[in-house]
Design a protein around this ligand. Structure first.
Ligand code: COA
Length: 544
């Protein structure tokens, strides 16, 4: 069953009769009416297929359903086997939606434990123990799942599916982060009204106490932006509802409630803290106040300073196509960065948050710990490293570098004992779909940017070299190989700041899962560790 909606539907409406006839031989179709295209277009295609192919609903060839924004539908699977899960209610209160969902998910987990507690999930090898637990299934993480070949799915939806189904600020735009938050928390695609209501709720929650700014100000300007960001998050912690409720003897069944409050407050306040740091470091401390009429992403962009008309004029010199103004480009890129929000549970930042929260540390403490992991060059700092490395290539070889020179530079990097930033991944084994999504954006909007052209050349040069090394499991680019060059193109040039953007985005995935951790009553995390002696003895016994 092929699910037809959004741009695919629009495209098919322009197809010739013969192509439609050919399509009819491939499979059956389910048409979503009204999601991203007008009902009339969807109905037109439905009737065309029915008439041209002489087959219809009766014989299972065609089916249709209404999918207006008030009643969107979520699929759990990729094209080819569509299963409809939930029809969204019109309730605009996220917390009450969640409260409804929690008992059924608690039951589900209980049943899993009762029926399958001892079912094997694989075996553990020595390699896994000394190799950073690669390939070892050991965590429950509900909000997203990473496939080594296909990439990330958020609650079952791929990035293109999210782009099609989640509400955007304007037709064809990137999904709003509020929609992603709703999806991750509830597993349901929200309506625009629900997203707007959540936007308002986040604004209400977004007041940052003064002491937070003072804590950041106490650090020297030379402190890395991630150090300042973590300091800000730790200063926010004093308002933790969870900590207060726990001290007052809250029962375990209610742990998720203050976790929800802390999480939403934290998500709401992070853009203010992050933009404060940006303005403090790079714009002489001139802070731009929030605009509560804007959505989360647009407001963040504004507070960073990217809707200043003068800046727009300046940037129009560079942006030559579509008459789209600079601010909108930056907002779109920031929205794309929200696809960094979640990458299942085993990556350093997500796992750290989950681990720390398993000790019943509140969301601020847990997310602060996650940020410290994100600040590592093999994880979130890689996007900073990529831009700095690309700039070092240009400094040494100029912008019109040949493929041969580039190969030499890559080898020089490797021979000096460094990694090529932006390439490789702990789980993915193909080009990261988030890289592809950003590459498509760049091809459309900045094809002539010299640094983007360098990124494209690297795409050709680096994978064969990493493959030649013989030890790199994934020679393909990850998400960090691209984002910095996009931001740099539109004026956000301060590479050391990039990981902070990543951090704001990641709060959405991490906090969504933390709420579920408490709702499902997940226990303290405590894997067993062993010594080299233990491993050697065990292996000797196993071999005997
Ligand atoms: C992401 C990363 C940490 C994954 O590490 P991993 O799971 O251990 O990856 P692999 O199993 O493929 O590593 C095997 C070997 O190849 C090396 N390798 C992997 N990616 C490499 C790269 N981009 N450049 C050079 N060497 C690399 C590893 O360092 C390791 O070498 P070692 O055995 O001498 O220690 C790694 O690919 C990397 O360092 N990439 C560059 C940093 C980066 O872009 N990080 C962002 C990730 S989203």
């Amino acid at each position: 069953m092929y699910r037809l909606h959004g741009s695919l539907l629009r495209l098919l409406c322009c197809c010739s009769t013969s192509l439609l006839r050919r399509l009819s031989r491939i499979g059956s179709y389910h048409i979503l009416i009204g999601s991203n295209v007008g009902s009339s277009l969807a109905v037109k295609l439905y009737l065309s297929l029915k008439n041209i192919c002489g087959r219809g609903v009766g014989d299972g060839f065609l089916s249709k359903c209404h999918c207006d924004l008030k009643a969107p539908i979520q699929s759990s699977n990729s094209l080819g086997s569509v299963r409809w899960l939930q029809v969204q209610s019109s309730d605009q209160d996220l917390r009450s939606q969640l409260a409804e969902l929690i008992p059924e998910q608690q039951e589900r987990l209980k049943k899993l434990k009762t029926d399958h507690a001892k079912t094997q999930l694989g075996s553990i090898t020595v390699d896994m123990v000394i190799g950073g637990m690669r390939g070892m299934t050991g965590l429950l993480w509900e909000t997203s799942l990473l496939d080594p070949e296909e990439g990330i799915r958020f609650r079952g939806l791929s990035i293109p599916e999210c782009q099609n189904l989640l509400p955007a600020a304007h037709p064809g735009g990137e999904p709003l982060p509020e929609g992603l938050l709703w999806l991750l928390l509830t597993g349901k695609v929200p309506s625009k009204e629900q997203v707007d209501a959540l936007s308002k709720e986040l604004h209400i929650r977004s007041t940052v106490p003064d002491h937070v700014y003072r804590a950041i100000d106490s650090l020297p300007l030379s402190a890395h932006p991630m150090t300042q960001f973590t300091t800000g998050v730790m200063a926010l912690q004093v308002q933790s509802e969870f900590q207060k409720a726990y001290e007052n003897g809250l029962s375990k069944a209610k742990f998720w409630e203050p976790t929800y409050e802390d999480s939403l407050n934290l998500i709401a306040q992070l853009p203010l803290v992050a933009s404060y740091i940006y303005r403090r470091l790079y714009k002489n401390g001139q802070v731009i106040p929030a605009d509560n009429s804007l959505d989360y992403g647009a407001n963040f962009s504004r507070m960073l300073g990217f809707d200043d008309p003068k800046m727009q004029e300046l940037m129009r010199l560079y942006v030559t196509i579509h008459r789209t103004d600079f601010a909108n480009f930056v907002i779109e890129i920031l929205l794309q960065i929200f696809f960094y929000s979640d990458h299942e549970g085993g990556n350093v930042s997500a796992h750290t948050a989950h681990l720390v929260a398993s000790a019943l540390s509140d969301p601020y403490l847990s997310f602060g710990a996650a940020l410290n992991g994100l600040a590592g060059p093999l994880h979130g700092l890689a996007n900073q490293e990529v831009l700095l490395w690309i700039k070092s290539v240009v400094d040494e070889c100029g912008e019109n570098i040949t493929a041969e020179q580039l190969k030499e530079y890559v080898w020089k990097t490797l021979k000096s004992g460094k990694v090529v930033p932006g390439y490789g991944h702990g789980v993915l084994r193909k080009t990261d779909p988030r890289y592809t999504c950003q590459r498509e954006f760049a091809l459309k909007h900045l094809p002539d940017d010299p640094l983007f052209q360098l990124v494209s050349k690297l795409y050709e040069v680096v994978p064969p070299i990493l493959t030649e090394l013989g030890k790199v499991k994934n020679p393909w680019p990850n998400v960090d190989a691209h984002s910095g060059v996009l931001l740099n193109h539109f004026g956000l040039t301060e590479a050391r700041y990039f990981t902070v953007l990543f951090g704001v985005s990641r709060s959405i995935g991490i906090c969504s899962q933390l709420i579920w951790d408490r709702a499902l009553g997940l226990p303290l995390e405590r894997p067993k560790s062993v010594t080299m002696d233990w491993l050697e003895n065990h292996c000797k016994k196993a071999a005997a």
